[in-house]
Design a protein around this ligand. Structure first.
Ligand code: FRU
Length: 446
């Protein structure tokens, strides 16, 4: 059957453009996933809004519509990215109101307003009046007007906020603010990574397994063979007090950016990313069909002893497993999207989606290579340096593939565009388990 590229395991809008996940939280008995949304343009044109999905169980989702619009002077050019913070029976949403002034500006050092705005909601979609909490004048004077993407959390009895920023001399950094009431914020400190980037977007500070982490999406880190292969990176620092330690990328596939973490009611730390990146040299054919981009499958996080974070698809996804089959090394198997493939590996290994792509582990290197140009739409190859590969788990949806190696130590996410819903797979080196998957249930109220 011809593949219409509508995802069954990933959240995406029916029309228009999606980018960053925003306001992720569990509130009022449901998971809430907001996202950067341009409902009228699959190319992301026009002022950004927030769209909203909610779910009781991460499997049954409702799209309730567009819930925040650029409709006040302080956010008139876009309701940019931000977060959700639950206090008592209220969800507080913080975002960046983007303002582009008329006139002759570079929009880096002048002409851009970056306002931190707060709204509250009791049900996730009906919003209070907007209140501006911070403006450009409240940021350190060495900042350019690129300051955005608030993330708020509570620690040691106080509220904390991080904002991503670009300094006037083009260094990526994060600004920290503190507050006792969520409304009045006081500047605390600036943290730099010295990573060669010019801007850090979408910061997130969180604790996991006794460690403190700072996640950022840096722009402009020079590419290397096994790292920073995308135009913009996204990863996390292990923090030693105020000093960032090692930086590890969240995902080294073609399509991953601007992730955000949140806590599930059972204590799990979950991350969701945008399964896309801005300013990429490759394309998505859904643009011609009226929509573009999706979010990743939510992933559970756990910290390894050395500080590395493992990512595995939320366990709820396992409830979607249907028929199970062993695929022997060397055998070919016709499968329908969506499906999952898992294998324990002890030597070289290859998984081929015929006429689409291959995933190979050989000689300390894991690679994802598109073997068909039209299925990759400009995506070519990505590499990870891995001294051993003990296992692999692959989740393929109608137009994406997510690869988790070594229990989620290394992750690669990519969009793919096979012409048909049926594809032929073959594994060599080890046998694997194949599951056909049911889709999630997604209802669109708009
Ligand atoms: C990241 C980003 C954010 C910004 C938003 C605008 O992809 O550039 O920094 O708030 O997208 O849509």
């Amino acid at each position: 059957m011809k593949n219409d590229y509508r995802q069954k395991l990933h959240l995406e809008p029916r029309k228009g453009w999606l980018n960053d996940p925003n306001g992720l939280c569990f509130f009022n008995g449901a998971y809430h996933v907001y996202f950067q949304y341009a409902p009228e343009s699959p190319l992301g044109k026009g002022g950004k809004c927030w769209g909203h999905f909610e779910s009781p169980d991460l499997l049954n989702w409702t799209f309730t519509g567009t819930v925040l619009f650029p409709d006040c002077p302080d956010d008139r050019s876009g309701v940019y990215s931000g977060c959700g913070f639950v206090k008592n029976d209220t969800l507080y949403l913080f975002y960046t109101g983007n303002v582009k002034e008329e006139g002759d500006h570079d929009y880096i050092t002048s002409g851009r307003g970056a306002n931190v705005i707060m709204v509250t909601t009791k049900d996730g979609h009906n919003m209070s009046k907007k209140k501006t909490l911070l403006r450009n004048a409240d940021y350190p004077d060495y900042c350019s007007c690129h300051v955005r993407d608030p993330k708020v959390w509570k620690e040691a009895g106080r509220y904390h906020m991080v904002l991503g920023a670009r300094t006037l001399d083009s260094k990526g950094c994060v600004l920290y603010y503190v507050s006792d009431d969520l409304e009045n914020w006081e500047y605390d400190k600036t943290v730099y990574g010295g990573d060669g980037s010019f801007m850090w977007e979408c910061p997130d500070a969180f604790a996991l397994g006794g460690n403190s982490y700072l996640s950022v999406s840096p722009q402009g880190i020079p590419p290397e063979k096994y790292r920073y292969q995308n135009v913009y990176s996204s990863g996390y620092f292990t923090m030693n007090g105020d000093v960032p330690g090692e930086y590890r990328e969240w995902d080294i596939g073609f399509d991953f950016y601007a992730p955000q973490t949140f806590d599930a009611p059972d204590g799990r730390k979950i991350i969701i990313g945008w399964e896309g990146i801005g300013d990429i040299p490759y394309t998505n054919p859904t643009t011609d069909l009226g929509w573009q981009h999706c979010l990743t499958i939510p992933r559970e996080l756990s910290a390894r002893e050395d500080g590395a974070i493992l990512q595995t698809p939320v366990r709820e996804i396992e409830k979607l497993r249907k028929a199970k089959k062993t695929v022997k090394s060397g055998e070919k198997e016709k499968v329908s999207l969506p499906f999952e493939f898992t294998a324990d590996i002890n030597s070289d290994f290859e998984l081929i989606f015929s006429n689409i792509l291959k995933i190979t582990y050989r000689g300390d290197e894991l690679s994802l290579v598109f073997t068909d140009e039209s299925a990759g739409c400009g995506r070519t190859e990505r590499f990870a340096g891995l001294t051993e590969c003990r296992n692999i788990r692959v989740i393929a949806d109608m137009s994406s593939v997510e690869i988790f190696a070594n229990n989620g130590e290394t992750v690669m996410s990519s969009r793919m565009y096979p012409g048909d819903t049926d594809i032929v797979i073959s594994a060599s080196g080890s046998e694997g388990l194949l599951y056909q998957l049911d889709g999630m249930k997604i209802t669109y109220n708009e």
